[in-house]
Design a protein around this ligand. Structure first.
Ligand SMILES: NC(=O)c1ccc[n+]([C@@H]2O[C@H](COP(=O)([O-])OP(=O)(O)OC[C@H]3O[C@@H](n4cnc5c(N)ncnc54)[C@H](O)[C@@H]3O)[C@@H](O)[C@H]2O)c1
Length: 371
């Protein structure tokens, strides 16, 4: 993520020249001096640090962007907020709900500007989906379904923990696919369709033991390799979600589909510039799914890029989030999703994991403004 964010900061002044503020890449921080020095040179940072506390102590740093594994989010975010810095934090906000609560409390107490990188909201086709839903064109919503499928952990010889495989270690990641992948699905779902009220889920850990990179010992795997849940939204619709890292052939198949009384929408990360729309109001002889190529100047964000018909990619969602963050600083407004918004997503993740453990329906207690 260090690269996607750095690219975002660098591109914004070129493509959003009207913004009042310009990001300055003052310093990048990571543990290995050799690697962080090379990164700083490659990406044009003015300096580097190997201790995040030294970075936060600097007077010339206004904003701290957290791209570390999940177990470091809380400590860095709270220290940065206490030092009066703006905080941009990668998702999931935290490993647990308790950690998330402490983070929200601190960020709000210190009153610093904040955002969490649920970046998919800012892909033009996804933002257009939000505009269509909000316009009422789908009418009453009945169904929301979403998947995030990968296949990179099928090999039972992969280790857990350490620098490369922290996602497989519950201590570093908090959870498996629920926090890593479903959190994205949940953020988008609640942004598009309002709060999730209650959930019922199953999780599975297909490979029960893996060697831990740090101890060298065969240890129990405590993350969820796969998770399926269904739910009720506050608006009365039903939700169905699935995520796994064991779907052979799928690398990052993130999809959502919404079915309403008057129309439906579907989107797929592998074809991210397209939004499929079925409008029941169309004349019956030509009624059908249409595939909207979201590349025209009057579609979200696209006036900043190329001529109509030319596409943009995954990395642009980060450019857009940086631009929106700077705009929110200018306007003195919140940049959603804030820590508090991301905390609501944590509530759903927590309820999903609890439901799987206890084989029960769980209330999420989500307080979502859109609900
Ligand atoms: N928004 C998205 O689509 C998206 C995609 C991938 C990852 N993420 C999130 O981004 C975060 C990082 O994921 P990643 O895939 O980039 O991980 P990564 O392992 O590739 O990078 C993590 C970086 O953090 C550094 N780091 C670890 N501990 C540190 C410490 N104590 N002090 C300073 N630096 C430290 C590591 O050296 C490494 O450079 C995670 O929270 C992850 O969930 C978000």
């Amino acid at each position: 993520m260090g690269r996607t964010h750095s690219n975002g900061y660098k591109r914004v002044p070129n493509f959003f020249p009207d913004l009042e503020y310009t990001p300055v890449l003052k310093a990048v921080c990571s543990r290995s001096e050799e690697k962080v020095k090379a990164f700083a040179e490659q990406w044009g940072y003015e300096s580097y640090e190997t201790d995040w506390k030294a970075l936060i102590a600097r007077d010339d740093i206004d904003a701290v962007d957290i791209c570390t594994p999940n177990n470091m989010h809380k400590e860095i975010a709270i220290a940065a907020a206490a030092a009066g810095k703006m905080v941009l934090c990668e998702k999931p906000l935290s490993r647990t709900l308790e950690e998330g609560e402490e983070m929200v409390k601190a960020i709000e107490e210190y009153g610093v500007k904040n955002t969490v990188w649920y970046n998919y909201r800012r892909l033009p086709a996804v933002t257009l989906a939000k505009q269509i839903v909000d316009s009422g064109k789908l009418g009453k919503i009945f169904h929301y379904r979403s998947n995030f499928l990968q296949d990179w952990t099928i090999n039972e010889n992969l280790p857990q923990g350490g620098r490369a495989f922290w996602r497989m270690d519950a201590e570093a990641a908090g959870s498996g696919v629920t926090g890593d992948l479903l959190a994205h699905c949940i953020d988008l779902a609640m942004w598009l369709n309002g709060g999730i009220k209650d959930v019922s889920s199953v999780t599975e850990t297909f490979v029960k033991e893996r060697v831990h990179e740090e101890t060298g010992k065969l240890q129990e795997v405590k993350i969820d390799d796969a998770c399926i849940f269904h739910c009720h939204f506050g608006n009365g619709s039903l939700g169905l979600f699935e995520s796994t890292r064991y779907a052979r052939g799928h690398k990052a198949l993130f999809t959502f589909e919404i079915n309403g009384e008057k129309g439906s929408l579907k989107w797929d990360l592998h074809d991210l510039n397209r939004l499929d729309f079925f409008n029941n109001a169309d004349e019956s002889t030509v009624r059908g799914w249409k595939s909207i190529h979201v590349t025209d100047g009057d579609q979200p964000y696209m006036d900043k890029w190329w001529v109509p018909g030319l596409t943009i990619g995954y990395e642009h969602s980060f450019v857009h989030q940086v631009a929106d963050f700077l705009k929110s600083v200018e306007a003195g407004e919140d940049c959603h999703p804030t820590f508090r918004d991301a905390y609501e997503t944590q509530k759903v993740c927590e309820a999903v994991l609890l439901s799987a453990k206890n084989r029960t329906w769980e209330e999420t207690q989500v307080d979502w403004k859109n609900k």
